[in-house]
Design a protein around this ligand. Structure first.
Ligand code: 5GP
Length: 189
């Protein structure tokens, strides 16, 4: 996607050789017009696929998932990272290793929001080693629902998440794939 690649090239900041900051348009300040284009692109790439719900993970995935959901006319469910007293005790839970925080945490989704009949599209901002997406897939499996596909905005192709998912037969649609960020130079696939 040219407009996304251009924004990453112009405004993305490479923190070290493996972390990219896109706080100017996705992770802190949000460019809604750009997200609209991403939503349309997901709609195009998943045209004809059955999707009843979009599943994401708080917090950065929520905005992308909500804008995308408008093109599919389905609800968004987001996995929560923090325990909360107002959450039902009946939850699906999975352990995820955070790439950015370098620690394990649990993600939870209330059982009432994923049904065995659901056909789910997972949406997230980044794909690195695939831990977040695999945690969401684990929750879908626990619920007995089906995974239709995964849409990520930025896949870092030099980490192995994309390979793992494609080898597992997942329909993975990454809107931008970065193959290297060495010395701050972005190389797109
Ligand atoms: P994974 O679970 O695939 O290893 O990492 C994906 C998750 O970590 C995403 O949900 C995202 O929040 C975060 N993440 C991974 N790599 C990056 C990165 O380069 N930049 C930012 N901003 N977040 C990242």
């Amino acid at each position: 996607m040219y407009i996304l690649q251009k924004r990453i090239e112009e405004e993305g900041k490479v923190l070290n050789d493996d972390v990219l900051r896109v706080d100017m348009f996705i992770n802190h300040q949000i460019d809604v017009a750009l997200l609209n284009e991403l939503g349309k692109e997901y709609k195009r790439r998943f045209e004809g696929y059955e999707i009843t719900k979009i599943l994401t993970i708080e917090s950065s995935g929520i905005a992308i998932a909500c804008i995308t959901a408008q093109y599919f006319s389905v609800p968004v469910v987001f996995a929560k990272k923090h325990e909360s007293r107002n959450m039902d005790s009946s939850v699906y839970q999975s352990e995820v290793y955070s790439f950015t925080k370098e620690k394990f945490y649990n993600i939870r989704v209330s059982k009432e929001f994923i049904l065995p009949s659901d056909k789910i599209l997972i949406i997230d901002d980044f794909l690195a080693n695939g831990r977040a997406i695999l945690g969401l897939m684990d929750i879908i499996e626990q619920a007995g629902a089906s995974l239709t596909g995964v849409g990520v905005v930025i896949e870092k192709g030099f980490q192995d998440g994309g390979k793992k998912l494609r080898e597992a037969g997942v329909k993975l649609e990454s809107l931008a794939i970065i193959d290297s960020m060495e010395n701050g130079n972005l190389k797109f696939r």
